[in-house]
Design a protein around this ligand. Structure first.
Ligand code: SF4
Length: 232
C-alpha cells in the first residue's frame, strides 16, 4: 500500500511498480549453454516472455505469450537453487521488459557470470557491462533486418559478443560485408551460426574458410544433444 495521500496517487503507480519489480517469465531451467563463449558450461536460463520481432526461423515462439509474473527476489532465489556460476537471461527478447536491466544488475551483484541474449533491435546500453551482451544482428534472411539497431555497435565492449544467423549465401556475404565495414571482429568475438534446416554447417564452414574471415563457426550444442525441446 502506498504511503502517498490518495489525492497524490496516480492511477498508473501500481502498474509502473509492477513493471520495475517483476518480470514475466516463460521458464527458468538448468541446462548446458549451447552457444557463444560459454558453450558447454552448466547454466541456469531465465527465459523472459515476449518479443516484438518475428524472425522466420524462430525456435522459441512458445515464449511470445503467456508466462507468469515473478518478483525479482523470487527469480534470484530460484537461480540460486541450481548452484551454478553461469546464468543466461534470454527470451523472447528480454530487453523488451523494463525490469530486465535491474535483473541483470542483481545477478552480476550476486557474483554470477551473466550472459544476456538479445535480438539487437533494442538499446543494449541499460544492460550492465559486467554481463556479456550477446547481440544478434539480424540478416536479410531473418525477415527482420530492418529492426537492427545500429547504434548498439558503438556500445559493444570486449565482454560482449555478436552473432549472425546465416540463412543462405546471400546472408553470409551480407554479414561479412557488415563485419568488414564496422571492423566488428576487432571489437568482440563474432559468431556465424547456420540457420537450422537452411544451411548445412559444413557449407558455412567452407564459406568462412574460403573468405578467411576471423569469425567463429557456432553450432547450437543444445540442439545437437536434445533437438528442439523447450527447457533444454
Ligand atoms: S528475436 Fe529471437 S525470440 Fe524474437 S522472433 Fe527473433 S529469434 Fe524469435
Amino acid at each position: 500500500m502506498s504511503d502517498a495521500p490518495v489525492a497524490e496517487r496516480r492511477p498508473t503507480d501500481r502498474v509502473n511498480r509492477r513493471d520495475v519489480d517483476t518480470l514475466r517469465i516463460t521458464e527458468i531451467f538448468y541446462s548446458l549453454q549451447g552457444e557463444a563463449r560459454a558453450a558447454g558450461a552448466p547454466t541456469v536460463f531465465v527465459r523472459l516472455t515476449g518479443c516484438p520481432l518475428r524472425c522466420d526461423y524462430c525456435d522459441t515462439a512458445y515464449a511470445f505469450h503467456g508466462g507468469q509474473r515473478w518478483g525479482m527476489d523470487d527469480i534470484l532465489a530460484e537461480v540460486a537453487t541450481h548452484g551454478v556460476q553461469h546464468v543466461c537471461v534470454t527470451g523472447g527478447e528480454p530487453l523488451a521488459q523494463p525490469a530486465c536491466a535491474a535483473l541483470v544488475r542483481r545477478l552480476c551483484d550476486a557474483g554470477y557470470r551473466v550472459a544476456v541474449e538479445t535480438s539487437g533491435a533494442l538499446d543494449i546500453r541499460p544492460i550492465d557491462t559486467r554481463a556479456s551482451r550477446i547481440v544478434d544482428l539480424k540478416t536479410p534472411g531473418s525477415g527482420e533486418c530492418q529492426r537492427n539497431r545500429w547504434d548498439n555497435l558503438a556500445a559493444l565492449t570486449t565482454e560482449d559478443q555478436l552473432k549472425f544467423v546465416i540463412c543462405d549465401r546471400a546472408d553470409f556475404d551480407w554479414a561479412a560485408a557488415v563485419c568488414r565495414e564496422h571492423g566488428l571482429w576487432d571489437r568482440c568475438p563474432v559468431w556465424f551460426s547456420p540457420s537450422h534446416g537452411q544451411v548445412e554447417p559444413s557449407a558455412l564452414a567452407d564459406w568462412i574458410l574460403g573468405e578467411r574471415l576471423p569469425v567463429r563457426l557456432q553450432l547450437q550444442l543444445h540442439k545437437q544433444l536434445w533437438g528442439d525441446q523447450p527447457g533444454r
